[in-house]
Design a protein. Structure first.
Length: 213
C-alpha cells in the first residue's frame, strides 16, 4: 500500500505514460520505454510538485498491453460467437471459426470473405470499434478525455496495438486461444508481439498513403 501522495503521483505518471505510448510506441523497446518513462516521470513531477524516486516496483505498475488483452478476450468471444464447451461439435466449430478469422486478416474487415478481393470495409469491423471504445472512450477518466489532442485523429500506433492483440501473424493472439476448439490462455508480451505490431503499423501507414486524396 502507498500513501496518498505516492498514489497521486503514480496515477499521474501512469496517465502520462499511457498517453505517450498510444501516440508513439505502444510496444516499446527498452530504449523507447526508458525515454517515455523519463519524460512521463518528469511531467508528473512538474504537474504534482512531487519528486518521487523511480523504483522497479513503481515502474511495474504501469502497463497497457496486458490490460488491453484482458478487455479483449470477452469481446472476441461475444462478437465472433466462440462457444465454451468440450463437445466435439463445439470444438470443431470454434476451430473452423478461428481459421476463418485468421485468413487474409478477415477480422479487420466489416465484410469477411474467403478471397481477399471480396473483402471490404477495412478497419470497419465492429470488434475494432468496440475495443477502441472499451479501452479509451468509456468514461471521463479515460486517456482520450484527459489527453484529447492525442486522440484526434485516433493514433495509428494505438490502432496497430488493437490489431496486434486480435491477430498474430501467422496466428492470432486472442483468436488463436480457440484454435484447439477450447479456450487456452496465451501470453501477450512485447517480446513476442513487437514484430507483429510493427507489421500492422506499416500496413496502416501504407493504407493511409494508398487512400489519401
Amino acid at each position: 500500500d502507498y500513501d496518498n501522495v505516492t498514489q497521486e503521483f503514480i496515477a499521474t505518471v501512469t496517465r502520462e505514460y499511457r498517453a505517450h505510448l498510444c501516440v508513439q510506441a505502444p510496444m516499446p523497446d527498452h530504449t523507447q520505454e526508458t525515454m517515455l518513462l523519463n519524460a512521463s516521470w518528469a511531467r508528473a513531477s512538474q504537474v504534482t510538485g512531487i519528486n518521487l524516486t523511480r523504483t522497479p516496483k513503481l515502474v511495474k505498475l504501469i502497463s497497457t498491453a496486458s490490460q488491453l488483452k484482458s478487455k479483449l478476450q470477452p469481446l472476441i468471444k461475444a462478437v465472433y460467437g466462440f462457444y465454451s464447451s468440450q463437445s466435439k461439435s463445439a470444438i470443431k466449430k470454434n476451430w473452423a471459426l478461428a481459421e476463418e478469422l485468421k485468413e487474409g486478416m478477415n477480422f479487420a474487415f466489416k465484410h469477411m470473405a474467403a478471397h481477399e478481393d471480396r473483402q471490404h470495409g477495412f478497419l470497419k469491423a465492429m470488434l475494432i470499434q468496440k475495443i477502441v471504445n472499451t479501452m479509451w472512450f468509456t468514461n471521463k477518466h479515460d486517456d482520450s478525455v484527459i489527453f484529447p489532442n492525442h486522440f484526434k485523429p485516433f493514433p495509428y500506433p494505438a490502432l496497430a496495438l488493437v490489431l496486434t492483440a486480435i491477430h498474430r501473424f501467422p496466428c492470432a493472439c486472442c483468436i488463436d486461444e480457440w484454435m484447439t476448439g477450447t479456450w487456452t490462455d496465451i501470453a501477450f508480451t512485447i517480446q513476442e508481439y513487437h514484430n507483429v505490431f510493427e507489421s500492422h503499423l506499416n500496413c496502416l501507414w501504407a493504407f493511409k498513403e494508398a487512400t489519401k486524396e
